[in-house]
Design a protein around this ligand. Sequence first.
Ligand code: HEC
Length: 100
Amino acid sequence: MDKRHTVALHVGAAVLFFSFASVAAEIPPGAAACSGCHAAKSTVVTPVPGLNGRDAAQIMVAMKEFRMGQRPATVMDRIAKGFTDDEINAIAAWYAAQKD
Ligand code: HEC
């Protein structure tokens, strides 16, 4: 990993921490992109499984497996690669807290 990348990661972590502290209830960065495919309401039946109310740990494990190519995927392997652990944690926690 080169130096520029490391700096960018640190800035990302700082921004994430700030957003956690101040607007924990708001949708975290990146999560808005998920709802384009994963229906926002669990009552809507779509071929893509819903994420609302899912266990945060389950979402995190799935995302990490997608990222490492250990879980069968059509698109999620590529999507998961675009997110850091911190971002995945925030998104997973947010989805787990969504009732519908
Ligand atoms: C382009 C459409 C698309 C987007 C955007 C998308 N997903 Fe997915 N997701 C899928 C599909 C399709 C699957 C089924 C696995 C596959 O074919 O890749 C899936 C599967 C999953 C699963 C596993 C569910 C299960 O029960 O196995 C999780 C967790 C998940 N996505 C999380 C996310 C998160 C978090 C985001 C946003 C960062 C996201 N997805 C964005 C299409 C998408």
